[in-house]
Design a protein around this ligand. Structure first.
Ligand code: PEP
Ligand code: MG
Length: 588
């Protein structure tokens, strides 16, 4: 427990899902720690914290003795003797003295101090090659949890309330946890599970928080207070980075920021190819507060506003007025630029407690998005009325998620028409010409795109879902992430079918899934004839640079070369080769 030698650098490899480099102190959240209160205390509070600590130790001792007694009575004293080791923990002078010293020196509340010291103690013991000491480590963890529960009573704290800058480490973060993160305090985050197209990852990119997921056991391997460097580009978390590592990352940051400065200069320019084809470049948002970054990015508008995030962290469903206010903020901020509001896409990996959606075995194939809205017409109409009303103020378009066929789109349009009629009757203004689109993210919709095209004004391809449903690869399951291939020949064929159907009916077609932000795939999407690309704000300048460096002829030739290829990997290589030829500086 005393000071050790120079700490050794260790690396965890995962998947980088939000670019950037963060350095700082780790804050680990384990399920049992979620309630752990953490705050700085004054010197005058130390006696009170000590008294609470003593009381918690006494209570823990009583509980262990009571348990020992019960076990002895029911199954015998031999089994009950395992609790002797637990009793030794509450009386362990080395542990208790270290807690007292740390409390006096660092001045955090006692729960935080005890948790830190006990975890470190247990970890040190577990790393020693001695079965007896490893057993002791397990005892310490067990008793530590008990002491903490006794200390905490009902005080609760959520991850969003940690009030010092930190790198958040957890087994998993839900999209709603992520939506609540404070981007000023959370320097980066790392999780054991997760994938690139989960809404947690998408949210991290929108918030511009560097993030690494799919690290498997990082939440077990790190302790609160550890120093790490998190590399959101290549998916590394480096604990105790050496001087050499820090130097290398310093160099990398210099290179990256030189590219960023150049990209910054593109803000006011238009994303037009070398031979003059304009590809509308928009940004995706989850919350109105994301608009600030969108404006800085030089996007031409908002191509996807994922409205469900406004619902996620609420006790009750937001009413029409609240939603209207929300959409008006975005519409006003964006002035005459287009804002595409996507109607509620709850379900899948996004749930709202107020709605108590039933647990399903396959939530991504279940009662989500438009399926939910067409049954809960009350919820749907509230949102549609709010969107229509906001359309009187700005350049608003709207689209429905998860459309799987014509009938569904007609039913959604019919509910929309009902809302229009209600507003007309009430004399409330809205834009009668507001464009209404369908997201194409289910293979069945792609295959009947020619029929859907007669029922709407535009298509937006949601490649995140289109890929998961076409290849049957759960988009948030890191075990099968290697099968999630945007350049799978089936995806390319489906995109072509959608674009052809749209253009044959004079509709424009965008891509708003994560594929739109992959600069190695820009030549492919341009070659396939896509009219708009919408991506996280942070990626907009890169995509713009890519578009401006390309020639449509080159992109068409690429599509011609890959259209009959069999392997996703080989197609990706071809795409990367074009990207490296035309914008090598972005492909570092
Ligand atoms: C998509 O599926 O590609 C999409 C943009 O929608 P979401 O990621 O919100 O499901
Ligand atoms: Mg989707």
């Amino acid at each position: 427990m005393s000071e050790t030698q120079q700490p050794i650098e260790r690396r965890f490899q995962g998947v980088g899902v939000s670019p950037g480099i963060a350095r700082g102190t780790v804050f680990v959240i384990r399920p049992e720690d979620e309630e752990l209160p953490t705050r700085k205390i004054d010197e005058s509070e130390i006696p009170g914290e000590l008294a609470r600590f003593e009381a918690a130790l006494v209570k823990t001792r009583e509980q262990i003795l009571e348990m020992q007694q019960r076990i002895a009575e029911s199954i015998g004293t031999k089994d009950a003797s395992i609790f002797d080791a637990h009793l030794l923990v509450v009386e362990d002078r080395t542990l208790i003295d270290e807690v007292l010293r740390t409390l006096d020196r660092d001045r955090w509340n006692i729960e935080h101090v005890f948790h830190q010291v006990a975890s470190r103690y247990a970890k040190t013991l577990s790393e020693i090659d001695d079965p007896y000491l490893r057993e002791r480590a397990l005892d310490i963890n067990d008793v530590c949890r008990r002491v903490l529960r006794n200390l905490m009573g009902h005080e609760a704290k959520s991850p969003a309330q940690i009030d010092v800058p930190h790198i958040l480490v957890a087994h998993n973060l839900t999209p709603s946890d992520t939506a609540q993160l404070n981007r000023k305090l959370v320097l980066g985050f790392a999780t054991d599970v997760g994938s690139r197209t989960s809404h947690t990852a998408i949210m991290a990119r929108s918030l511009n928080i560097p993030a690494v997921v799919a690290l498997r056991n990082v939440s077990e391997g790190l302790l609160t207070g550890d120093h790490v460097l998190l590399d959101g580009y290549s998916g590394l978390v480096i604990i105790n980075p050496s001087d050499q590592t820090l130097w290398e990352y310093g160099e990398l940051e210099v290179k990256k920021s030189a590219v960023d400065v150049k990209l910054d200069e593109l803000r006011e320019t238009i994303s037009t190819t070398l031979d003059g084809r304009h590809i509308a470049l928009s940004a995706n948002i989850e919350l109105p507060s994301d608009v600030e970054l969108v404006k800085q990015s030089g996007a031409e508008g908002i191509g996807l506003y994922r409205t469900e995030f406004f619902y996620l962290n609420k006790e009750e469903l937001p009413n029409e007025e609240e939603q209207y206010e929300n959409y008006c903020i975005v519409a006003r901020e964006m002035g005459n630029q287009s804002v595409i509001i996507r109607t509620l896409d709850l379900g899948g990996d996004k749930f709202m407690s107020a709605l108590q959606l039933p647990a399903e075995l396959n939530p991504f194939l279940g009662w989500r998005a438009i399926r939910f809205c067409l049954e809960r017409v009350d919820v749907f109409k509230t949102q549609l009325r709010a969107i229509l009303r906001a359309s009187a103020l700005g350049n608003i378009r709207m689209m429905f998620p998860m459309i799987s066929g014509v009938d569904e789109l007609r039913r959604a349009n019919a509910v929309l028409e009902e809302c229009r009629q209600e507003l007309r009757n009430e004399g409330i203004p809205f834009n009668e010409e507001m464009e209404v689109g369908a997201m194409i993210e289910v293979p069945s919709a792609a295959l009947v795109a020619d029929l859907l095209a007669k029922e709407c004004d535009f298509f937006s391809i949601g490649t995140n879902d289109l890929i998961q449903y076409t290849i049957a690869v759960d988009r948030i399951n890191e075990r099968i992430a290697h099968l999630y291939e945007p350049t799978h020949p089936a995806i390319i064929r489906l995109i072509k079918i959608i674009v052809n159907a749209a253009h044959a009916h004079n509709l424009w077609v965008g891509v708003c899934g994560e594929m739109a932000g992959e600069i190695s795939l820009t030549p492919l999407l341009v070659g396939l004839g896509v009219d708009e690309l919408s991506t996280g704000a942070a990626l907009v300048p890169r995509v713009k640079r890519a578009v401006q460096s390309l020639d449509v002829g080159v992109c068409l030739q690429l599509v011609d070369e890959v259209k009959n290829m069999e392997s996703a990997e080989a197609i990706l290589e071809k795409c990367e080769a074009v990207a490296k030829t035309y914008y090598p500086e972005l492909m570092v």
